[in-house]
Design a protein around this ligand. Structure first.
Ligand code: ADP
Length: 245
């Protein structure tokens, strides 16, 4: 197993006196798959922004292995092996599926420039393995522009995998997907975990159940509950603030 422990403790983010995160604690072990849920405004995006260096915490500890992430900029954090996928897929429409993976493989970690390179046999075999992993082997020579919404999301996950991250942060991957695409995505992310840590922010509780992993519930910038999906769904505080029942 590859990877380092993600550790957040006492993390607060204050915007103009408003606490978007309030004394948040989170530990994700190497190879762990973790789902993070919570109502709108709970602080899920701010948590991802703090891990990737997009937002500096006002106070608290954010570390990945030995590295203090509060002292690093976004590029340095990406270079440590922390990849982030935003909700909207950002793939290169004019390139084929294969070429998108090739680009991600050759580029420095982080946001991608649009360049082309000659391919070695080793690169081809890594791209082939990722095409199989994301389930797009048959679509390798198709332009990304003609993929379905779900396939574009998987391609982007594949592009992140080409950059060999230790920790993958995935923001609402199944929004707008069909049931079959949602199931495929759950299998894909569960298969990636173990070799890498994966943190998934998601609203769809059926999908979170399918991930079959530890669930963290945020509310008002703080940790509200943590445990299996059955545990958190029975927690009175979660029912009150999140499920509204
Ligand atoms: P979630 O992703 O769980 O919906 P966010 O992390 O986006 O929650 O937001 C948490 C809270 O912080 C929200 O009330 C939001 O309005 C506020 N917030 C987020 N970013 C900023 C910002 N740059 N300036 C002021 N308030 C912000």
């Amino acid at each position: 197993m590859k990877g380092r422990r993600l550790y957040l403790d006492g993390v607060s983010v204050v915007f103009d006196g408003f606490r978007a995160l309030n004394n948040l604690a989170l530990i994700v072990e190497p190879g762990e798959l973790r789902a993070v849920i919570g109502p709108n405004g709970a602080g899920k995006t701010t948590m991802m922004d703090v891990i990737t260096g997009k937002t500096r915490p006002t106070e608290g500890v954010v570390s990945f292995g030995d590295a203090d992430l509060t002292r690093l900029d976004e590029a340095a954090i990406a270079n440590l092996g922390i990849g982030r996928k935003f909700q909207k897929p950002t793939v290169f429409d004019a390139l084929t599926v294969f070429e998108n993976l090739e680009l991600a493989l050759k580029a420095p970690r982080g946001p991608l420039p649009c360049l082309r390179w000659a391919l070695t046999g080793e690169a081809k075999s890594r791209i082939g393995a990722t095409l199989r992993e994301i389930g797009l082997e048959e679509r390798a020579q198709d332009p990304a522009a003609i993929l379905s919404h779900g396939q574009r999301q998987w391609l982007e996950i594949g592009m992140l995998l080409m950059q060999d991250p230790d920790l993958l942060l995935v923001d609402e991957p199944v929004a707008g997907m069909t049931d079959a695409e949602t199931e495929h995505t759950a299998r894909l992310l569960a298969g990636i975990a173990g070799r890498r840590s994966v943190v998934v922010v998601e609203h769809d509780l059926d999908f979170v159940r399918a991930l079959n992993c530890r669930v963290t519930v945020l509310a008002e910038g703080s940790l509200l509950s943590e445990g299996s999906i059955d545990h958190v769904q029975k927690d009175e505080r979660v029912i009150e603030v999140y499920l509204g029942r």
